[in-house]
Design a protein around this ligand. Sequence first.
Ligand SMILES: Cc1cc2nc3c(=O)[nH]c(=O)nc-3n(C[C@H](O)[C@H](O)[C@H](O)COP(=O)(O)OP(=O)(O)OC[C@H]3O[C@@H](n4cnc5c(N)ncnc54)[C@H](O)[C@@H]3O)c2cc1C
Length: 302
Amino acid sequence: MPSVTEIEIQRNVPIETWFDIGGGAERLARPENVDDIRRCLEVDPNLRVLGDGANLLVDDAGVDELVIKLDRGEVCDVCFDDENCRVVAGAGVNLPKLILETIRRGMSGLEGLGGVPASIGGAAIMNAGGTFGQFCDVASRVHGVDRSGAVVTLERNQIDYSYRHSGLGNLIVTSVELKLRRDDPSKLRAKLKDVMSLKKKSQPLGESSAGCVFKNPTLRGYITEIGPPGARVSAGLLIDRAGCKGLKVGGARVSDRHGNFITTKRGATTADVLALMEQVGKKVEDKFGLRLEPEVVIWRRR
Ligand SMILES: Cc1cc2nc3c(=O)[nH]c(=O)nc-3n(C[C@H](O)[C@H](O)[C@H](O)COP(=O)(O)OP(=O)(O)OC[C@H]3O[C@@H](n4cnc5c(N)ncnc54)[C@H](O)[C@@H]3O)c2cc1C
């Protein structure tokens, strides 16, 4: 068994997120494969996994657990089986780049996830998606390492996927097998273009954010002009109707373009975003009696 000293650990490294705020990692490692991940687990069994940082809000004081970033080596490999329309993608593979490559090869299934910044591991954990489909529609098998260092393979039917939820818990995802369908690249390109233009119209894509900060809630009772009991409704619409668009705390602001996006500017802090989320949550609860649940993952210093 190689020594734990073989994994290089960097000290006091900024954690890059799409919010572009928050503290850093006291310790960061970049494992390339399962053996490296096991070495990292020996260093810190409570380690945190950083994907593309697109759904992450990090405590201003940073985190003291080991942070691992899967951005090189085997965990970034992709293997295409064109004949059977299957892909095995490492957890560190960039989803938007993979979407373009699958389209080029005439493989359909990922194009509905256009405009979702993510690593494959992050997309699997979050079950990323939206109006045009979700990651679990195409993820047929997930490979990972559990906290004891054991390699785990989970079939689609063993994973508790639901809206923005995978139940994969503490698993460190190392790769995902995707089952796609054959289709005409020009048709897929047109679909991606439609998805992207819709997002450009409705989201503040030029600003720093983590996408939607709250999950879309399910209504318990009828709410006039919002929906019937049991309907999953847009948190953005509720936030807008509660009069929160444009609300600000420090450098954090509820977007005018999309009520569920909080944007940050230079100098903003994680504390600003959390305080704003609390204000928004309270206003929505006061108006509709509904408690919004964060979609963004918050790394608090323990
Ligand atoms: C402009 C913008 C638009 C967005 N639009 C959408 C959208 O339409 N739909 C949507 O669902 N989301 C959207 N998001 C949010 C984000 O893109 C998704 O949640 C995405 O899945 C996050 O992936 P990530 O790799 O960045 O994960 P991160 O943000 O890095 O991490 C998220 C969580 O996943 C865990 N994680 C990451 N990789 C692994 C791994 N290999 N093993 C175990 N755990 C891991 C992290 O520990 C963390 O708990 C948007 C974000 C932005 C900034």
